[in-house]
Design a protein. Structure first.
Length: 170
C-alpha cells in the first residue's frame, strides 16, 4: 500500500525514494509538473528544492520568471509545513506572498526553508492552544548555483485546527 509518510522518511536517506517522492509530487501537483520543480534535499525540518533554468521557466529576457520563483517559494515552504503537520488535524492555506527580487536568475536555482521542532512549537502548536488560527511567516531564500542571492520570499501561511474551520455552503 502507498504510504506517503514512509516514502517521505525514506527520501531523507535514499536517492531512489527521493526520486519516487518527486515523481509522486509531479502527479499530485499538476500545476508544478511542467516547471520541473524537484526536492533535492529533505531532512528533519529542512527542505531544499530546485527550479531548473529551462525555457518554460523563462521570462521575456531569458531569466527565471518572477512567478516561477514565487511558486517555488510557496512550494518549498508549504511542503515542509505539510510534511510536519498532521493533515487530518490542521488546515493550511496560503494567506499572502511577498517577494523581493535581488538578482536575475540565469541558471538553475535552489530554494531553502527550515523550521525545527522548537520553531513549530513556538510558532504553531502553542499559539493554536490560545487562538483559532495562526499565521506563520516562512522566509525562503533562492540562490543560483553560483551562490547569487536571487530572491527572498515571505510566505504567510494560515494554520487552523480543522475543528475550528467554518465553511459556507453555496
Amino acid at each position: 500500500m502507498f504510504d506517503p509518510a514512509k516514502i517521505l522518511e525514506k527520501a531523507k536517506h535514499s536517492a531512489f525514494y527521493l526520486g519516487l517522492l518527486n515523481w509522486s509530487l509531479s502527479r499530485m501537483i499538476p500545476f508544478n509538473r511542467p516547471h520541473g520543480f524537484k526536492i533535492i534535499k529533505i531532512g528533519d525540518g529542512y527542505l531544499k528544492t530546485i527550479i531548473p533554468y529551462r525555457r518554460i521557466n523563462f521570462n521575456h529576457i531569458r531569466g527565471l520568471h518572477a512567478c516561477g520563483l514565487a511558486t517555488i517559494s510557496e512550494f518549498t515552504t508549504g511542503f515542509l509545513l505539510v510534511s510536519k503537520l498532521d493533515a487530518s488535524k490542521y488546515r493550511l492555506i496560503m494567506q499572502r506572498l511577498e517577494m523581493d527580487y535581488h538578482y536575475q536568475g540565469k541558471m538553475d536555482a535552489t530554494a531553502e526553508f527550515s523550521g525545527d521542532e522548537k520553531w513549530f512549537q513556538e510558532n504553531i502548536y502553542e499559539p493554536l492552544m490560545q487562538h483559532d488560527a495562526v499565521v506563520v511567516v516562512c522566509e525562503v531564500k533562492i540562490h543560483d548555483v553560483k551562490g547569487n542571492h536571487l530572491t527572498t520570499g515571505k510566505v504567510h501561511w494560515q494554520i487552523k485546527n480543522w475543528e475550528k474551520v467554518k465553511t459556507k455552503v453555496a
